[in-house]
Design a protein around this ligand. Structure first.
Ligand SMILES: [Ca+2]
Length: 173
């Protein structure tokens, strides 16, 4: 494209009649210089991560990952997802009535169901979390129960999780 432009401009320059040859070649050189400067400025704008208009190159947080391949484009310490399995065992302390339990990872509801009197359930929960220069995350696991003869209950634990690992936790509600 750049070479095409230069060729067109040069042919325009060589068609100018009535000018001395020396002056023509100066005009050609100026045109070439202007085209090169504009091309360099455009290339610098497109290829510089901090200012590029292209998502495949632009890097908002400066972590070295383009926004298109950055799971957290506004956080320079994180850029990809980690996944861990959390095995949650929930015991009921209600021996007479059924209860309804809910399991939250941080503030997100992941599982819920009914729990028989004095019974327990085991649930496998997949946890996704952002990692990067820090390879672990803190997850607060909360289990609540409603109903039953003892009233509502909450049990909670905080876990440090790493990508690809599995964890077992036990709760009584
Ligand atoms: Ca990032």
């Amino acid at each position: 494209m750049l070479f095409y432009l230069i060729t067109v401009l040069l042919s325009m320059g060589s068609n100018m009649e009535g000018r001395p040859k020396k002056e023509d070649s100066r005009i050609e050189l100026v045109i070439i210089a202007v085209v090169i400067v504009v091309a360099v400025i455009l290339a610098a704008w497109v290829l510089t991560p901090s200012i590029s208009p292209l998502a495949g190159i632009h890097d908002t947080d400066g972590d070295g990952r383009a926004d298109l391949r950055d799971a957290a484009p506004d956080d320079r310490t994180k850029w990809t997802w980690g996944v861990a399995t959390i095995v949650v065992t929930i015991h009921s302390q209600h021996l007479v009535n059924e209860t309804h339990y809910k399991v939250y990872l941080n503030e997100y509801l992941k599982k819920e169901g009914d729990l028989a009197p004095g019974g327990h359930v085991v649930k496998f929960i997949s946890a996704r979390f952002l990692i990067g220069s820090i390879d672990s995350a803190q997850i607060v696991v909360t289990v609540t129960s409603t109903g039953g003869e003892l009233g509502d209950h909450t049990d909670q634990d905080t876990l440090t999780v790493y990508d690809g690992q599995a964890y077992a936790l036990s709760f009584t509600v």
